[in-house]
Design a protein around this ligand. Structure first.
Ligand code: ATP
Ligand code: MG
Length: 213
């Protein structure tokens, strides 16, 4: 079982491509996209969308994806979210499961600052995927394995700024996630607005997308 934790503010195709490909590469039964309750390392740096809104977006993102599930354990536990604790919760919920903690290399580089990080690498195998950018150093005392996934230069930070200045989100966020964003009015404090559904966004959308000739 894979534990892929994050703030997911919002969840994007980089997260989904990572989860699906690590699941395939390691032949995992399940990858849990675990929504951090309080991402304590990001607290105070910016406004973070409410946990239940981020959970709703992740649930929408994985709904049609075999082998991926949204995790609510950190929200249910409350307080700051520590992967070491989450692994204990998962081990209790799935006795005998072999656990893998999945992280992007940027997150892996900071693992030495995680609460009880040694417990994380004792309780699970650390799986690192590369994000675009230069190679990232991991602490010497942390065993890890690399899984190659398509590198997509997409981040929640970029997506939030796209909401702010009105650039397109298409293909970076899946439609079910956009539906949740629209229906809950998320990322709206900074206009302009979220794009409307594709079906009504263009006058030519009802006709063929192919050009004649
Ligand atoms: P933010 O820009 O707000 O930090 P993010 O896109 O980095 O958002 P997080 O929720 O911080 O997303 O990341 C959760 C996990 O997903 C981390 O391990 C991170 O490294 C990984 N991750 C995020 N984006 C990608 C991507 N494009 N490819 C691979 N891994 C990713
Ligand atoms: Mg991040």
């Amino acid at each position: 079982m894979g534990l892929f934790g994050g703030t997911f503010d919002p969840p994007h195709v980089g997260h989904l491509v990572t989860a699906v490909n690590v699941r395939h590469a390691l032949d995992l039964d399940l990858v849990v996209m675990m929504v951090a309750n309080v991402p304590w390392q990001k607290e105070g740096t910016r406004r973070i969308t409410a946990p239940l809104d981020r959970l709703a977006m992740v649930e929408a993102a994985v709904a049609e994806v075999p082998g991926l599930v949204a995790g609510a354990a950190e929200i249910e536990l409350g307080g700051p979210s520590y992967t070491a604790d989450t692994l204990v919760t998962l081990a209790a919920a799935y006795p005998g499961a072999e656990l893998f903690t999945i992280v992007g290399d940027d997150a892996a580089a900071g693992i030495g600052t995680w609460e009880r990080y040694r417990e994380v690498v004792e309780r699970s195998a650390l799986v690192v995927v590369d994000r675009p950018g230069g190679p990232v150093e991991l602490p010497d005392d942390v065993p890890w394995i690399r899984v190659e996934v398509p590198r997509l230069e997409v981040s929640s930070t970029d997506l939030r700024s796209r909401f702010t200045d009105g650039r397109p989100l298409d293909y970076l966020v899946t439609e079910p996630v956009l539906d949740v964003i629209r229906s809950r009015g998320l990322y709206q404090d900074a206009p302009p607005s979220v794009p409307s559904p594709r079906s009504s966004s263009s006058s030519s959308s009802s006709s063929s997308s192919r050009v004649a000739g």
